[in-house]
Design a protein around this ligand. Structure first.
Ligand SMILES: Cc1ncc(COP(=O)(O)O)c(C=O)c1O
Length: 487
């Protein structure tokens, strides 16, 4: 396996990539001229009319006005390969023609009814969605965001079990509403206000930073890690910690639920040692709790081997929450559970104005069809594997890459001070990301120390996009290392 990095300078790499991908890169009719407010005007509006907590992602912020499949265009006509998909949300591609056509048709028919009436789209979508769900997971609540989905899942778990306590993992992100700030444990989202009662956070079984290491479901392992066949030996140690946590945090009557992603997204693509989640579910069941799989990032085929991330861990959750990729960018989300659990909710009225909106369901249905018709799950598997292989080659060249991980098109590259596991300074990571953006690729950033490059592109990216991305990363890291001095 060799690194597909070009010897040419970055401008020729960009030129060649743009030329090769031009035939398909434009929306029908070609790239359109920017017609919105001047960049300076957006700066002024941003500082005067938007909350300061919504920070700029880049030093020189991007003003994007057009997208097609895996590409985005800024107000000056520059083209970017989007490797972050609007934060793991653009699943089948920006303005995918089939989704656009379905939405255009529905736009002319009916936008909104509320959930008090029936409309055909909600039935067509739900039928398709439940066909993707295993076991008794056949009852669907349609909501509007991942936060709302998790909030509802908390309620269902409490109602069904009669218990109050909810456990999630350290460094998890499940939303940041006032209630979900209890479930989310990431410090950067913590505010100086009390966290809602009843939530606690168990030790994160992280093969790279965790005290026992471990091996994970990826072709890339932490250097020097174990390589267990079947369950990882460390999973029992982390499970012991989980049991200690449960015993020390919940009453004798038991827990309401444990929430976990099958790969932590916001925390920089942390995968757990093999076998951990399966054993965690068994354990939480012994303490009367439900297991909730947050598939907001890992669902819809992204991990390649399975349609849902939890299937890679051989578990059957009691509740699954999903959002982001479900609508390819159209705001919608869902909670899927069993009839038995949903019946526990039937003690009072429940209402959701927009959940099951005909436009949202049209988007959701078209997305499910495109995933199947274009074999996007398989593409995640094949292209994702190739991506990891290329990143592992880069890791050999640049000791600033401490870890490469993930599966399918859910990948992370953890940047460290060379020769150590100390996280690379946030300002250095920002510099690297600014360079990669200027060279034409958009990456995400995450992890406890904001030092992990997150790669979660629209699931339609191809091998040539990976080659371009790796060339850009190579060039950006080369330039960075020329001037880098550790403190
Ligand atoms: C795993 C996970 N759960 C829940 C959420 C919250 O979703 P939303 O932003 O749609 O409310 C997110 C958002 O990033 C997420 O990554």
């Amino acid at each position: 396996m060799t690194l597909k990095v070009s010897k040419h300078c970055i401008s020729s790499i960009i030129r060649r990539y743009s030329a090769n991908s031009n035939s398909t890169s434009c929306q029908p009719g070609g790239p359109i001229n920017y017609a919105g407010p001047m960049f300076q005007k957006t700066e002024q509006l941003k500082s005067e009319n938007f909350p300061p907590v919504q920070r700029n992602f880049y030093k020189k912020p991007l003003l994007l006005h057009q997208g097609y499949m895996q590409w985005l265009y800024d107000h000056e006509g520059r083209k970017y390969l989007d490797l972050f998909g609007g934060i793991v949300t653009v699943s089948v591609g920006h303005c995918h023609p089939k989704v656009v056509a379905a939405m255009q048709e529905q736009l002319k028919k009916l936008w909104h009814t509320t959930s008090i009436y029936r409309n055909p789209k909600i039935y067509e979508f739900v039928e398709k969605l439940v066909a993707k769900m295993p076991g008794k997971l056949k009852v669907v609540y349609l909501v509007n965001s991942g936060t709302e989905a998790n909030d509802l899942a908390v309620l269902l778990a409490k109602l069904y079990t009669g218990n109050h306590n909810i456990i999630s993992l350290q460094d998890s992100y499940h939303g940041c509403s006032s209630a979900m700030l209890g479930l989310t444990s990431t410090q950067s989202y913590r505010l100086p206000t009390p966290v809602p009662a009843g939530y606690s956070h168990a030790m994160l079984p992280d093969p790279f930073r965790g005290i026992w290491g471990g091996c994970r479901d990826s072709i890339s392992q932490v250097p020097g890690s174990c390589s267990c066949s079947g369950d990882c030996i460390t999973s029992d140690k982390y499970i012991h910690q989980l049991e200690e946590h449960v015993i020390n945090n919940i009453p004798i009557s038991g827990a309401a639920a444990m929430f976990a992603e099958s790969i932590q997204g916001v925390n920089g693509t942390v995968q757990f040692p093999k076998g951990y989640l399966k054993k965690a579910q068994q354990l939480i069941k012994e303490y009367n709790g439900l297991f909730v799989s947050d598939e907001v990032q890992t669902g819809f085929g992204r991990t390649g081997d399975a349609f849902w991330g939890f299937e890679n861990h051989e578990i059957m959750p009691d509740i699954v929450t999903m959002a982001k990729g479900i609508g390819n960018g159209f705001p919608m989300a869902a909670v899927v559970t069993t009839m038995e659990i949903a019946e526990a909710h039937n003690k009072a009225a429940y209402f959701n104005t927009f959940g099951g909106n005909p436009l949202a369901c049209t988007a959701g249905k078209a997305v499910l069809e495109v995933i199947d018709e274009e074999n996007l799950q398989e593409n995640c598997k094949v292209t994702g594997k190739y991506f990891v292989e290329q990143l592992m080659q880069l890791q050999k060249v640049y000791p600033v890459i401490g870890d490469v991980r993930g599966k399918g098109l859910m990948l992370g590259v953890e940047l460290v001070v060379p020769g150590t596991k100390d996280p690379l300074n946030a300002s250095d990571v920002v510099d690297i990301m600014e360079k990669t953006k200027d060279f034409g690729i958009l990456l995400g950033r995450g992890g406890r120390y904001s030092n992990v490059l997150r790669i979660k592109p629209p699931m339609c990216i191809k091998k040539e996009d990976v080659d371009f991305a790796v060339s850009v990363l190579d060039q950006a890291l080369k330039e960075f290392m020329k001037t880098y001095k550790s403190d």
